[in-house]
Ligand binder design. Structure first.
Ligand code: BGC
Length: 270
């Protein structure tokens, strides 16, 4: 791991779903920036523990903590554990998310509900717990000029409709207005709330697409910058959004997508 850039020294970040994919990349970047990292996981304890080991070997402080983000009591226990371990929390990265894809007419209620539970209700429960904590602990100028920062990991599909994924797109559209409403309501309390909307990032969630040459080519057709994203691309943006460098950014979605949201079909037509 590189030497800490110090942007988040002494702060504690809870990163949900941090044992794989984008969450893992964010946990690495946060640790590198000097934050204590709670590596939350719901399945995949082994990978969470391996990541903690890796972060500690690089000089960071981290702990793996189990919690299902869609379970109110488990979310409360997650934050309690973080406070026990590190004395407080200054950053929440609402990352945990899943896909359960099906054609609209084939979408089961169970698949609809599960995706909404994890991707939207999970973000609500974690953010509510974090905000309650931030309000109690107030601003500590030695750590940050904000009382706390919440970063919602959304998706380009908070604005791009996605056939075959109505549950996922609806959950991310929901995250957009949840984030903006929280930003409006919590700003006077010195809490900043923003989203990162990743495009196609190489992770297990879309592995069947990018690991197949024809799938990867189709994906690249949708990315004007002609590169599939890496989890580190999201990690860097998350560190910046969590740091005082972005102190006046509040209620914004930052698209980290190689221009996927710039209507690539219109590059040659229209
Ligand atoms: C989805 C990925 C997809 C990307 C771009 C993400 O939110 O989880 O499966 O590749 O959006 O469409």
């Amino acid at each position: 791991m590189l030497k800490s850039n110090g942007l988040l020294t002494g702060q504690t970040a809870v990163v949900t779903g941090a044992n794989s994919g984008i969450g893992e990349g964010i946990a690495r970047a946060m640790a590198q920036a000097g934050a204590n990292v709670i590596v939350n996981y719901v399945s995949g304890e082994a990978s969470a523990l391996a990541l903690v080991k890796e972060l500690e070997a690089g000089g960071g402080r981290a702990a793996a903590v189990f919690a299902d983000v869609a379970d109110e009591a488990q979310v409360a226990a997650l934050f309690k554990k973080a406070v026990q371990l590190y004395g407080g929390v200054q950053i929440l990265v609402n990352n945990a998310g899943i896909q359960k894809d099906a054609a609209f007419t084939e979408m089961t209620l169970a698949a609809w509900q599960k995706v909404l539970d994890v991707n939207l209700t999970g973000q609500f429960l974690c953010a509510r717990e974090a905000a309650r904590l931030f309000i109690k602990s107030r601003v500590n100028p030695a750590l940050s000029c904000a009382a706390g920062k919440i970063i919602c990991i959304s998706s380009v599909h908070e604005v791009i409709p996605w056939s075959g994924h109505c549950n996922y797109a609806a959950s991310k559209g929901g995250v957009m207005l949840l984030m903006k409403t929280m930003a409006q309501e919590l700003a006077p309390l010195k809490i900043r709330v923003n989203s990162i909307a990743p495009g196609a990032i190489k992770t297990p969630i879309n592995q069947t697409v990018w690991s197949d040459p024809a799938g990867a080519a189709k994906m690249l057709d949708l990315i004007p910058y002609k590169r599939i994203g890496e989890t580190a691309d999201i990690g860097k943006a998350a560190v910046w959004l969590a740091s005082d460098e972005s102190d006046y950014i509040n209620g914004a979605t930052i698209f980290v997508d190689g221009a996927m949201t710039c209507y690539p079909g219109f590059a040659t037509g229209g």
